[in-house]
Design a protein around this ligand. Sequence first.
Ligand code: GDP
Ligand code: MG
Ligand code: ZN
Length: 336
Amino acid sequence: MRRYGKNPDEDDIRTRPNPKGNRPRTNIRPKHEDASEGMVLTVDRGRLTCLVEDRVVLAMTARELGRKAAVVGDRVDIVGDLSGKKDTLARIVRIGKRTSVLRRTADDDDPYERVVVANADQLAIVTALADPEPRPRLIDRCLVAAFDAGLEPLLVLTKSDLASADELLETYQDLGIHYVVTRRDELESGFAADRVREYLEGKATAFVGHSGVGKTTLVNALVPEDRHRSTGLVNAVTGRGRHTTTSALALPLAKADGWVIDTPGIRSFGLHHVDPSRVILAFPDLVPGTEGCPRACSHDEPDCALDAWVAEGHASPARLYSLRRLLATRERREGD
Ligand SMILES: Nc1nc2c(ncn2[C@@H]2O[C@H](COP(=O)(O)OP(=O)(O)O)[C@@H](O)[C@H]2O)c(=O)[nH]1
Ligand SMILES: [Mg+2]
Ligand SMILES: [Zn+2]
């Protein structure tokens, strides 16, 4: 999403010559070669807000694309009234090739996939250390989704003012994934945002996690505050400077190039779409132990080498248990 990565600024407003103006009108259906490029910021019941140049434009998708064809993060070609004025409705005529697709299903046995976000580079998995209690298996599920979609995972542990991060970090540090720990006073001082921002620069990052973990609080700390800059964009998208989350929402990162995408809270992260053989990718700490496995080992069978390897103390039994649970629910399609 680098193309749109720059924070829109008053100085950036340029007037582009309108190629429509001097073209003779015909009754041949336009082929949309004069479409503008935009990025989808929100989707709400068939209405999409798109960023076109520096303007927030309300649009719907052309009928031939299907009503739910475009998702947050999509790069689109858009035609019609692109003024961004009230009561205008533009039309999305093409959806660009996606660099990544973050999918989830409501449950493992639910074949209906929703695309959460398109074109994200990174998945920030937000977990509170308390209130609500951390759920390592939900973290593991999100990691599976991230590795499967080719997104870089970032573990964000919030509310360290309420409980210590040590126990969770003992597990997740070994995975070699990036992590940040935040707490209330650091949110207020801006220090938390400064530290998290370092991991977000130049990337589009989708924030996922259980409801109440502090996603929106963090996202709000990361998007522009300065009235003269992109706050206009935030206001146009959300109707006010701050927002609550009912659907995914892409916002420009303040003070750096990048996008943050807030998403509604999730209770589970269904992985129906993930091939069971790819689940192990989210357990890099266990991968070396699979060297002694029989060919095409499911890692959930009696000959699996992981049991002995973990028993030798190379990784924690809890991690193997988590892997097995995920594999079992993927196979038998039970809830987790
Ligand atoms: N103690 C504490 N509370 C926090 C922290 N971050 C967020 N909260 C609170 O947690 C609640 C849920 O936050 P919210 O951002 O709406 O969570 P979301 O549902 O994940 O978007 C709010 O009352 C926040 O004020 C933190 O670091 N420490
Ligand atoms: Mg929220
Ligand atoms: Zn195995």
